[in-house]
Design a protein around this ligand. Structure first.
Ligand code: ZN
Length: 467
């Protein structure tokens, strides 16, 4: 009996030792092969990257490329040629009609206090109408929110409404601060037009105190033509000065002039490059950014960075001899900034052609140091994605959270697709966003390449594990 007990104890000891070993293997979060492939992808992106030079070419030789502009068309041809030269399996243009708004002459603005004239750095908001030819001049009413403006109602008549709520600098994630303010830019003119205001100005959407006005889309919704008023953004330095001077002299006069207009919709394209899947050619994984940019700058961080990173994903897979099982597409979306027509068209065509889209990744948060990915997973895949965190953490990819993916891939949303947004460090993004300083020199080569490698690694994992 004694021997029997000893034997049983030994047996239990061994079997539990075995089971611990097995459990440990199952739970080992880092698959060796994946780990080797990811390292290879980072190595080649960092020693043999091409995206930075593509970005130099796009930003320096074409520059700002607002939908409908000749530069947007040049960017389409640039993207098609680049992906063709890289030898992707298929490259084509997907036609889409886009809004065509033009800025016109450089805007002017100033205000006068005690006969001293203060010039104001200003730019029309995208989609705005022009002022009358000689500009408009009037007293200013400063408000901090759409609600405050609406509550003032008739008191706004004949005035210029100034929306001045700043970024909340205590928010670590600057996209949240942007989200907390941008309704003033988007909706300021829409909600105040009915009160007979002369025009609307808004503090620029940035946490930086400088003299760059930041443009961006605004909309009138479905208000009547005669209620539409011109809307513009002023720099944060000008905004601070204006708020200060308004306290001393609430009846000071503000003047601004702009000559922007909306022309008929124009023909344009999404640019698509593809590596055809070896096992599941009708199952698609899309990686993209937007090819259009605001006209004030070169669109380097927004979103030239996302464009070259998306093309790099396909090039790096090819370079490393990885033949994807699913079809991987790089999509250079047109018209994210002022219409999202490209994103909508891409989803529409996918549906029409019965394409099964299983995942999509967008890079539209700048070419900065990687932090992670936010995602809207198909529910069955959440645990799978979270299990990749340990594999990717050594590359600085720590932030894996459910959240916003990307505007252009949003229209693909369904119960069965997982959508991802590449999340780089956000601290400097809004310093440059939609302003004249979003230029090539603000992009760091190594940070851009780390981003491309991060995205390629995610696409590799999705291709390998998604069913
Ligand atoms: Zn963007």
């Amino acid at each position: 009996m004694k021997h029997f007990f000893v034997a049983v104890i030994i047996l239990i000891a061994f079997s539990s030792f075995d089971s611990i070993k097995t459990v440990k293997n199952i739970e080992d979060p880092v698959n060796k092969t994946d780990s080797i492939v990811v390292k290879k992808l980072f190595n080649s992106a960092l020693t043999n990257g091409e995206g930075y030079e593509w970005l130099r070419d796009l930003t320096s030789n074409i520059g700002g490329r607002l939908s409908g502009s000749p530069e947007a068309q040049q960017a389409v041809e640039w993207g098609e040629k680049l992906m063709t030269d890289l030898g992707f399996d298929k490259v084509w243009l997907q036609p889409v009609m886009v809004p065509h708004w033009v800025r016109g002459e450089k805007e002017e603005a100033y205000f006068t206090v005690n006969k001293i004239k203060y010039n104001v750095a200003i730019c029309a908001l995208g989609g705005s109408i022009a002022t009358p030819k000689n500009g408009i001049s009037g007293e200013v009413i400063e408000v901090k929110s759409l609600e405050e403006a609406e509550a003032l109602g008739e008191k706004l008549r004949g005035k210029i409404v100034y929306f001045s709520r700043p970024f909340n600098d205590t928010l670590i994630e600057t996209f949240k601060a942007y989200g907390g303010c941008v309704d003033q830019r988007g909706g300021g003119a829409r909600v105040t037009g009915k009160f007979g205001v002369l025009g609307v100005i808004v503090r620029s959407m940035t946490n930086s105190i400088d003299n760059f006005p930041h443009t961006g889309a605004m909309g009138y919704g479905d208000i009547p033509e005669n209620e539409k008023v011109p809307a513009a953004a002023i720099s944060t330095e000008a905004a601070n000065l204006l708020s200060e001077k308004l306290k001393e002299n609430p009846t000071l006069k503000f003047y601004f002039k702009q000559s922007c207009e909306t022309l008929p919709d124009a023909p344009s394209f999404n640019v698509i490059g593809e590596l055809t899947g070896s096992e599941f050619p009708n199952e698609y994984i899309t990686v993209g950014g937007h090819l259009d940019s605001w006209d004030l700058a070169e669109g380097a961080h927004d979103d030239g960075a996302g464009i070259v990173q998306s093309i790099e994903v396909l090039r790096l897979l090819k370079l490393n001899g990885i033949k994807p099982k699913h079809t991987i597409r790089a999509v250079l979306f047109m018209n994210e900034e002022n219409g999202l027509r490209g994103g909508k068209k891409y989803a529409e065509e996918a549906k029409l052609n019965h394409e099964n889209h299983i995942a999509a990744l967008e890079s539209d948060s700048g070419g900065f140091t990687p932090r992670g990915f936010s995602f809207a997973p198909a529910s069955k895949d959440y645990e799978l994605f979270m299990s990749w965190k340990q594999l990717l953490a050594p590359y600085g990819l720590h932030d894996f959270d459910k959240g916003h993916s990307g505007s252009d891939i949003g229209p693909l949303k369904s119960d069965t697709i997982s959508l991802f947004g590449y999340r780089p460090d956000s601290q400097r993004y809004f310093v440059y966003h939609h302003a004249a300083n979003d230029t090539f020199d603000k992009v760091n080569k190594r940070e851009l390449e780390l981003g491309a490698a991060s995205m390629t690694s995610l696409i590799y994992l999705l291709d390998n594990y998604l069913k």
